[in-house]
Write a new protein. Sequence first.
Length: 321
Amino acid sequence: MHLKTFHAPSVWEAMAQVRTALGEDAIIVSTIRGRRSQGVQITAAKELQPDQGRATPMPAGKISDIGSVADALHFHGVSTTLAERLINVSDGFDKEDWAMALAGAIDASFSFSPLAVEPSRPIMLVGLPGAGKTVTTAKLAARATLAGATAGVITTDCVRAGGVEQLTAFTDILSARLIEVDTVEAAKQALEELDRCNAVFVDTPGTNPFNCRETDDLRAFIEGLNAEPVMVVAAGGDTTETADAARGFVGLGVRRFITTRLDIARRLGTLLDIADRTGMALADVSATPFIAEGLQALNPMSFVRLLHQAAVNAGVVVNSG
């Protein structure tokens, strides 16, 4: 199933966009009018063929020599201190293949911990506003559903305009149950109602980690549901700002993070710097707007492949592999 959102001044113009992009057989999932009648947002869906809608696989096999470890780290904007440390560590690995050397250095320096398809505890997605928590919640539920599990979703994001409607559109297509709550007690009751689900995911509103009222509220939900908080980080942001915010979430028990928007970010060094400054493990990444199979587990070599492909896409290196 391919989901796509369209924005236009009127319903008729939005519908024209839907027909042009998805065809006459597209299904209208939701229609949300803007505040003060300023435009409309339509989410539509279309069934895909079995070979469509899949995330683009990471390049396989050995990456040919396209430059040094230093060149790769410099392009991706890794901080000088961290880059020097990785370069020193990489010297102990295969110098004839910079990618293998860098993967070895990253493996020795960072932790990787992808999320299980059927987690033993509820997974609560937390992070800054606009990081992509709602879409990531849908992607996790879709991955569990496609694996044959029964997924349940709880949302505490009851304030943001259109937030519940967007998640409802996704869960309806997945036939996953969605429960909206605004108190910890209601969240506990919702978890009991989802007792038969193999996987439970919790969407939360964007949280300001420097605001005690917001972090205390989030902490209450985390503790009340005995959930594992996982931070969602949008790629391409400022390293220092994001790392400072991430440290605030570490105080709430976050130990790993999912990265979104890799398909529109060229420089990925921020992810290494965040992991380095917070001690968080790198989990999954999203490099596609498709909900189905929209997440990829991350490991040192697949991360280096992402670094390589981003540099190729930017025209900085030639893909000779």
